[in-house]
Design a protein around this ligand. Structure first.
Ligand code: MD3
Ligand code: FE
Length: 214
């Protein structure tokens, strides 16, 4: 067999855990339609730094689209149907995101995924996301699909206990990750984003997570 690094089919899906799949570059083919769809979302519901229940400012700036949006304030973490900043419903979930999420979930073995919430996180260089679990959704049998844009980051994939060892997973522009099943409640976080300028996205990392929250 002749050895070659030439990869005519692009990078293959990587299984990181039993029900966690990394799809390198999965969003690249639809990147421009995705960014075109994101622009009006961010105009209607700009990024903001939410307060933690403890009264701290979150380092990650965030916003949402979809029927439900994740918010954090003195009252705690929860999903709401309206943007507390505008009093209006969150912007609609763009079709291009719905389609991408459904197809990514399918590749990872989750049929018929219909998200109703998309949390959009914004990281400047130096911003990190500390280890946490996503537990505000109603049905943990539904997967979560994440799309990474802009500057690369190292994702930390932990276990079901905060003290479990973490795997470091590099994430780049256009990478899509799907996790569900027994991995849905794993602790996870993001290492501080290294300074840099992404040719398409500039000095930032944006992460979209598509969820079935309600
Ligand atoms: C694997 N966001 O918004 S997305 C979050 O990059 C969040 O902004 C991170 O964690 C970000 O809640 C990571 C990828 C991800 C998210 C949750 C997971 C992967 C996961 C939960 C379990 C296993
Ligand atoms: Fe999370």
């Amino acid at each position: 067999m002749i050895q070659s690094d030439l990869d005519l089919f692009g990078p293959q899906p990587q299984r990181l855990a039993a029900h966690t799949v990394l799809l390198p570059g999965f969003a690249l083919a639809e990147m421009e339609p995705l960014l075109d769809a994101l622009r009006p979302v961010l105009r209607a519901a700009p990024f903001r730094h939410m307060q933690t229940p403890g009264g701290q400012h979150m380092a990650v700036a965030l916003t949402n689209c979809g029927a439900l949006g994740w918010v954090s304030d003195a009252k705690g973490y929860r999903y709401t149907p309206t943007d507390p900043q505008s009093g209006e419903p969150w912007p609609d979930l763009p079709q291009v995101l719905l389609g991408l999420a459904r197809r990514a979930a399918e590749v990872a073995g989750f049929e018929g995924f219909v998200p109703d919430a998309c949390l959009v996180n914004h990281y400047l260089p130096g911003t990190r996301l500390s280890l946490h679990q996503d537990k505000n959704e109603r049905d943990f049998s539904q997967p979560i699909v994440s799309i990474s844009l802009g500057l690369p980051a190292v994702f930390l994939l932990g276990g079901l206990l905060r003290s479990d060892r973490t795997q470091r997973v590099p994430l780049s522009h256009g990478d899509v990750m799907v996790w569900g099943g027994e991995d849905r409640l794993r602790f996870h976080g993001v290492m501080p984003v290294k300074p840099g300028v992404h040719p398409r996205m500039g000095e930032r990392r944006i992460n979209l997570t598509l969820r079935k929250a309600g």
